[in-house]
Design a protein around this ligand. Structure first.
Ligand SMILES: Cc1cc2nc3c(=O)[nH]c(=O)nc-3n(C[C@H](O)[C@H](O)[C@H](O)COP(=O)(O)O)c2cc1C
Length: 309
C-alpha cells in the first residue's frame, strides 16, 4: 500500500506525524516506536535561547482531555542542533522543526540558522506565542501578523514552511488565507484551545499559570470543523490533528481535507498509537479498494458539495 504524501514539499513515507511537544525528540520512546516507521517527527518548540517554561503545576487532566501550560520549555537552538538533531538523524527520522519566538526577529534568525541544516525537512512555525512587540497579543490571532511572520521566515529559508494555526480565533479561514498569502507551503492545525480548571478543595486554579492549552479527544470536533473550513479556502496541503486517539479519528481528518495527520496527546495513552493509526489507515484503504490517499483526502467535503451544502 502506497501511503506516501507530499506535505508542501516535505516528502512523507506515510501520513502519520508526531505532534510537537508530545513526543519530545523521540528518545524516550525507543524500543516502543521506531522514528523511521512514522511519517515525521515534529520536534518540541525550539527558541533562540533556552526557555525555562512555566512553574508547576503545569498539567491537569480534564474530562476527555488535558490542560498543559508547559510554556515551551526547551534548551534552545544550539543544543537542539548539536545534541538532539544528530541523534534523530541516526534514527532515520524525518524531522520537522517547530520554532517559536517572542519577536519577529527571533523567528527570522531561527529560520536562517535552520536553512540548509542537514537533516531538517521543514519548519513548523508556532504562532501561538505572545508577541512582545505587539503588547503580548498572540501572533496567531492577527491575519496581518501571520502573513508577515510567514513571509519573513520564507525569505530566510528554502525549507518548506508550515505555520501552525491557533484555534483561539474567531475566523480560522481568515488566518489560513493570510498564511497562504504569506507564502506558506502547508498549514498545520490545530494547536491547543485555551482553557482552565479549578480545584474546589484548595479553591484555586489547578494550573499555576491559571490558563493552559486543552488537547485530547475533547477538541476533535472543533479541529475537524476547522480543517473542513480551511480545506475549502486554501490550495496548500493541511496537516490536521487534535484529539486523535484511533485510526478512525485520523481517517475523519483525512476525509475533511487533511493530507496528513498529527498524533499528540494520544501518544500519552498509547505510546504506539502512531503505528496503530498507520496500520488502520492501510486497512481502511484496502477495505474500500483505495489505491491512493488522494481518493480519501477531502472526500467528505466533495460528497457534501454534491448535495449543494
Ligand atoms: C504537553 C504538550 C506540549 C506541547 N508543546 C507544543 C509545542 O512545543 N509547540 C507546538 O506547536 N505545539 C505544542 N503542543 C500542541 C500539540 O502539538 C497539538 O497541536 C495539540 O496538543 C493538539 O493535538 P492533540 O489533541 O492530538 O494533542 C503541545 C501539546 C501538549 C499536550
Amino acid at each position: 500500500m502506497n501511503l506516501e504524501v507530499n506535505l508542501g514539499g516535505i516528502r512523507l513515507a506515510n501520513p502519520v506525524v508526531m505532534a510537537s511537544g508530545t513526543f519530545g525528540y523521540g528518545f524516550d520512546y525507543q524500543g516502543l516506536i521506531n522514528p523511521n516507521e512514522i511519517g515525521a517527527i515534529i520536534t518540541k518548540a525550539t527558541t533562540l535561547e533556552p526557555w525555562p517554561g512555566n512553574p508547576p503545576p503545569r498539567i491537569a487532566e480534564t474530562p476527555s482531555g488535558m490542560l498543559n501550560a508547559i510554556g515551551l520549555e526547551n534548551p534552545g537552538i544550539e543544543v537542539f542542533l548539536t545534541e538532539h538533531l544528530p541523534k534523530l538523524r541516526v534514527l532515520g527520522a524525518v524531522v520537522i522543526v517547530n520554532i517559536a519566538g517572542k519577536t519577529l526577529r527571533e523567528y527570522v534568525e531561527l529560520a536562517s540558522i535552520l536553512d540548509g541544516t542537514p537533516g531538517v525537512a521543514g519548519i513548523e512555525i508556532n504562532i501561538s506565542c505572545p508577541n512582545v512587540e505587539m503588547g503580548g497579543m498572540q501572533l496567531g490571532t492577527s491575519p496581518d501578523m501571520v502573513s508577515e511572520v510567514v513571509r519573513a521566515v520564507k525569505e530566510k529559508t528554502c525549507l518548506p514552511v508550515m505555520p501552525k494555526l491557533s484555534p483561539n480565533v474567531t475566523d480560522i479561514v481568515a488566518i489560513a488565507k493570510a498564511a497562504e498569502s504569506g507564502g506558506a507551503d502547508a498549514i498545520s492545525m490545530i494547536n491547543t484551545l485555551l482553557g482552565m480548571a479549578v480545584d474546589i478543595e484548595t479553591k484555586r486554579p489547578r494550573l499555576r499559570n491559571i490558563f493552559g492549552g486543552l488537547s485530547g479527544p475533547a477538541i476533535k470536533p472543533i479541529a475537524l470543523r476547522m480543517v473542513y473550513q480551511v480545506y475549502q479556502a486554501v490550495d496548500i496541503p493541511i496537516l490536521g490533528g487534535g484529539g486523535i486517539l484511533s485510526a478512525k479519528d485520523a481517517i475523519e481528518f483525512l476525509l475533511v481535507g487533511a493530507s496528513a495527520v498529527s498524533i499528540g496527546t494520544g501518544t500519552f495513552v498509547n505510546p504506539r498509537l502512531a503505528l496503530d493509526v498507520k496500520e488502520g489507515i492501510c486497512e481502511y484503504m484496502e477495505r474500500y479498494g483505495h489505491t491512493s490517499l488522494d481518493e480519501v483526502i477531502g472526500a467528505a467535503v466533495r460528497s457534501n458539495a454534491k448535495f449543494g451544502r
